[in-house]
Design a protein around this ligand. Structure first.
Ligand SMILES: Nc1ncnc2c1ncn2[C@@H]1O[C@H](COP(=O)(O)OP(=O)(O)O)[C@@H](O)[C@H]1O
Ligand SMILES: [Mg+2]
Length: 589
């Protein structure tokens, strides 16, 4: 599935798989094909009616016949209009339904992928899969596959009719096919490469804009506007150049087709005219022939376009199915037993871990946390503290060793059931652009208004929320930007407490909150967390000192553990950390 596909227009395995999505709408697609067949056939009638009018009705001065021919002409037009209208409606409806199904399946699948997938795939690329790749599949259905049927009907029908009217003249017409196909396939190749280049340029231009505006404060602080103008101009000009290239191909292609068509018409006119003069062809037949020739060339001209649609749809399909074939970890989680009750004991047994092969982040880490214990993790930035939490929550699996929850290996448990009993404040606080209430509940209707109140009170976020114009209904900006960093942390704290978790994981949860508020939170936590297990990453001495036990991490190694006093006495890394981080406070302690 990962082999690059350039130039291949039809892969049966992919097509069969796509057919599974089409099948539920098979009736609609079938009906639409039938209607296309009819409208293709109706298109063949017009020139023949012209021939009857010219060869029979007019010379014989048969007004009745002429009227009937005109009436038939109108009826055919109306029928053709009606069939095309319904065909379009039906196929679009089926196409949109198939896209909706695909998008839902992709979204649901992606949401259940575990974090390594999102580390490897930028959000922008994932969003593209969900939007433009799905859109390409729709194009395949509505303008590719289905209309090829109409084209085939037209081409075969006209070929037969031309041969039937005058085989010699028909052969003259066919001589123009090779140059026409050649020109059109060449053009499509240039156009496709050009479009690909413009898409890439648009992506880069968007990248520059997105980064500039997301980081607008830094841009202004460091006066980067001028330099940004320059890099924008470079990308902007490159986009213009890319478009000009595409345009040149278009400017050339249509006139060339026009010329080829004109040559064909001239040949037919010459050959046909000679035959009319020699009485081997009627005047009406010649007129009809000319009309058929014109209709014959349009599908030929567009054939290469359809080939391209097919080609890019195959590439999109491959990417989409590639995602669906990447196993979602949560599907595997479903098969594992759930943690029905959490006693509160945790053990890391010889755990080693790396995100990137060859760059170990945790090295042979072993520790135990007893039920109800309050453990602090300390260590320099990058020591691996947050990673301990990620492993415990099942975001990643240890590369070696195991994590035991109440004595059971986490690998044999559904980590979602542990997450459900855990209140976590991550180092990167993420609030959604909904209101405060929703951000605390996260859409969990089982939580009552009292639960939310209690959580806001315990985390000391109550005063902040009451100060907002709309209170609990206040809508937060994107990622909660309308609040200060400390305020965001407090809300995220409320979120963790609202569910009355058995286990609390706090990763620098109050690092941006003032000391006084933090002190108040500590007090509230003492009550709220009575008898609950709690792991805290903190830099403030007040938080660390109160812990039952302190784990000291250094470059991914758990090098010291014990109480504050024990560790100070050891005069090791903790002692140094305390001196550096808390200065004279250490002496006081
Ligand atoms: N998603 C990731 N991919 C690759 N490396 C990572 C990732 N997250 C963290 N790291 C690396 O792992 C190491 C430990 O990170 P982390 O556990 O966040 O440290 P701490 O929380 O102690 O500051 C760091 O060197 C960091 O660069
Ligand atoms: Mg961290």
């Amino acid at each position: 599935m990962t082999r690059p596909r350039d130039g291949q227009a039809l892969d049966m395995a992919l097509a069969r798989r796509f057919a599974r999505y089409v099948r539920p709408y098979g009736g609609s697609i079938g009906l639409s094909l039938g209607l296309l067949f009819i409208s293709g056939a109706l298109d063949l009638v017009g020139p023949y009616l012209t021939k009857i009018a010219i060869d029979s009705a007019i010379p014989e001065q048969d007004t009745g016949l002429l009227l009937r021919v005109v009436a038939a002409f109108v009826v055919v037009l109306v029928l053709s209009f009606v069939t095309r209208y319904f065909q379009q409606i039906i196929v679009t409806r089926a196409g949109q339904s198939i896209m909706r199904d695909l998008r839902s399946e992709l979204f649901a699948h992606l949401q259940r992928m575990n974090l390594p997938y999102f580390n490897a795939n930028p959000v922008g690329r994932i969003v593209t899969r969900l939007t433009s790749d799905v859109e390409t599949m729709n194009e395949l259905l509505t303008s590719g596959l289905v209309s090829i049927v109409a084209d085939v009907v037209t081409l075969v029908g006209i070929t037969v009719i031309l041969l039937w009217i005058d085989p010699g003249l028909a052969l003259i017409t066919y001589t123009v096919i090779p140059p026409l196909l050649f020109a059109s396939f060449r053009f499509r190749k240039i156009a496709r490469d050009g479009f690909r280049a413009t898409r890439e340029r648009v992506g880069r231009l968007n990248g520059v804009m997105q980064e500039t505006f997301s980081g607008i404060e830094v841009v202004k602080l460091f006066g980067r506007e001028g330099a940004n103008d320059e890099s924008f101009d470079r990308e902007n000009t490159a986009l213009r150049t890319a478009w000009l290239g595409v345009n040149e191909a278009f400017a050339l292609f249509f006139p060339v087709v026009q010329v080829v068509l004109a040559v064909a018409m001239a040949l037919v006119l010459w050959g046909g005219g000679v035959r009319v003069l020699a009485d081997s062809l009627t005047f009406g037949e010649l007129v009809a022939f000319l009309q058929y020739v014109q209709r014959f060339f349009l599908p030929l001209r567009d054939l290469s376009e359809k080939y391209n649609v097919l080609q890019s749809a195959m590439a999109s399909m491959e990417r989409i199915f590639g995602i669906l074939d990447t196993p979602a970890d949560e599907a595997e989680f479903d098969a594992r037993p759930k943690l029905e009750e959490f006693g509160g004991s945790i053990e890391f047994r010889n755990v080693s871990f790396h995100y990137v092969e060859g760059e170990p982040v945790l090295k042979n880490v072993s520790f135990r946390v007893r039920p109800g214990e309050r453990v602090a993790l300390v260590g320099a930035t990058g020591a691996g503290k947050s990673t301990v939490f990620s492993l415990l929550l099942g975001f990643y699996e240890p590369t070696e060793g195991s994590i035991l929850i109440d004595g059971r290996d986490l690998r044999g448990l559904d980590p979602r059931s542990l997450r459900a009993r855990t209140g976590t404040v991550l180092q990167d606080v993420f609030l959604f652009s909904t209101d405060v209430d929703w951000n605390v509940r996260l859409g969990d209707d089982a939580l009552t208004a009292e639960d939310v109140d209690r959580a806001l009170r315990s985390s000391r976020a109550e005063r902040i929320v009451d100060g907002l114009p709309a209170g609990r209904r206040e809508r937060l900006g994107e990622r909660g930007r309308s609040l200060s960093v400390g305020q965001r942390q407090l809300l995220s704290f409320s979120r963790a407490l609202a569910r009355r978790p058995d286990l609390l994981l706090l990763d620098e949860a109050t690092s941006s909150v003032d000391s006084e508020t933090e002190g108040l939170i500590q007090e509230a936590l003492h009550e709220a967390l009575h008898g609950r297990t709690c792991l805290v990453v903190a830099h403030r001495l007040s938080t660390v000192r109160d812990a039952d036990r302190i784990l000291v991490f250094h470059h991914g190694v758990l090098c010291e553990q014990g109480t504050h006093d024990e560790l100070l006495r050891e005069r090791g890394i903790y002692h140094r950390l305390v001196q550096v981080q808390f200065g004279t406070e250490a002496d006081v302690a």
